[in-house]
Every structure is written in C-alpha cells, then in structure tokens.
Design a protein around this ligand. Sequence first.
Ligand SMILES: Nc1ncnc2c1ncn2[C@@H]1O[C@H](COP(=O)(O)OP(=O)(O)OP(=O)(O)O)[C@@H](O)[C@H]1O
Ligand SMILES: Cc1cn([C@H]2C[C@H](O)[C@@H](COP(=O)(O)O)O2)c(=O)[nH]c1=O
Length: 206
Amino acid sequence: MRNNKFITFEGIDGAGKSTHIAFVSKYLQDRGIDLVSSREPGGTQLGEKLRELVLHETMHLETEALLMFASRREHIAQVIAPALARGAWVISDRFTDASFAYQGGGRGMDLAKLDALEQWVHPHLQPDLTLLFDVPLDVARARLDATRTLDKFEQEKTDFFAATRNEYLRRAAQFPQRFRLVDATRTIAEIEVEITGILDDLLAQR
Ligand SMILES: Nc1ncnc2c1ncn2[C@@H]1O[C@H](COP(=O)(O)OP(=O)(O)OP(=O)(O)O)[C@@H](O)[C@H]1O
Ligand SMILES: Cc1cn([C@H]2C[C@H](O)[C@@H](COP(=O)(O)O)O2)c(=O)[nH]c1=O
C-alpha cells in the first residue's frame, strides 16, 4: 500500500471546493508534503482545451461524458499516475464522481455506461479520500451569482442541480470508506477546522 494519497474535491458548483483546495494545499505543503494540485476537466494542455469545449459548447450528453473521460484519461496518464508513482500526493478539483453526478444525475445518462467508462479509463485507480462539499441549491446559487460569469453547467436550472446533488449523496452513501461529507453551509473557518482533523488523520497514517 502506498503512503501518499490521492484526494478529490467534489460538490455542486458554488459549494466552495476551490476555496478549500487552496487551504488544503497550503496545509499539506506546510507539513512538507510533495503535492501536485490539479483539476478536471483539464489538468493537462489537451485537457484544458477539452475543458473549453465542454464548458462552453452545446453537445449530446454522451459526447459530453466521453470528453470528460478523454480529459481524465490524459490527466491520469500525464499527471496523476506519474505523481503517485514518485510518491507525491495528488489533489484534484473533481474526478469521476463528477461524471456520475453531472452526466448521470444531472443529465440522466445511463449509469451503467458511466460504470463502463470508469472501468475502461481507470479500472484500478480510486481516490483515497473524497471530500464532498454539500450545500442546498439556493446557497450555491447565491454564492455563484455574487462572483462570476456563469459557464454552461452553472447556467443549468434547479432540477439539474437537485439531481446532481442527489447523485453525489447517493455515491457518498455507496462508498463510505472514501467519502467525507462536509456541511459546506458553515463558515469557511468552521469548515477548515473539520478539514484539518481529516487531514491530520491522513498524515498520521504515513
Ligand atoms: N463556507 C462559505 N461561506 C461563505 N462563502 C463561501 C463559502 N465557501 C465559499 N464561499 C464563497 O463562494 C464563492 C464560490 O466558492 P468556490 O469558487 O470555492 O466554489 P466552487 O465549489 O469551487 O465552485 P465551482 O465548482 O463552480 O468552481 C466564492 O466567492 C467563495 O468565497
Ligand atoms: C470533471 C467533471 C466536471 N463536470 C462539470 C462540473 C462543473 O460544472 C464543470 C467544471 O467546473 P469547475 O468550476 O472547475 O468545477 O464541469 C462534469 O459535468 N463532469 C465531469 O466529469
């Protein structure tokens, strides 16, 4: 078993992932961890080009899923697998749970097809820890509206995000050994206290 960890951050848009990734990166690096921080879709030159397409172009839902997994395949080959192999920790802003939540839950794509893609692209790789930042839809929407121009996903309606959130919660219940459900309605400082405890447990396992 390797000592270095692969940590993923998940949640509906506006839940606060990016905010907490910055905190986690600093916390781990301050403790001497060799850390690679990345994101999906994206994380490689090709992946970032695919990201531009999937976040801004209208397309068939299966095309969207395939592009997410294409970006992921490249991300694993170029970034995640080499980093884990040399002993670095990897944190990724989203991974395959997002495909199940957004393409499966949100868009209603057959989950069996997503299972098949997962088996194809990373049959043996799973995160050691997945932090799922959970907030009600109105809270996420208010946070997004206050900050930025919305992309294709962020412009989706309430029903889409309700189904996306439900699928995230279903997967958290299905894989309790790696998911930690974080109540992201609390203040950033309160959430950081909880995350610190989770990270300290991981660091103690080394
Ligand atoms: N716990 C919190 N309380 C209040 N505001 C928060 C909290 N967490 C994040 N925010 C604010 O909400 C906004 C969205 O946060 P952030 O960009 O981290 O979300 P995100 O989940 O990464 O979104 P996306 O998935 O769309 O990139 C930011 O302005 C951030 O400062
Ligand atoms: C990996 C992945 C992502 N998505 C969606 C989820 C978000 O709306 C965007 C990425 O934007 P973020 O601000 O960087 O979170 O892409 C998806 O639908 N399916 C996926 O597999």
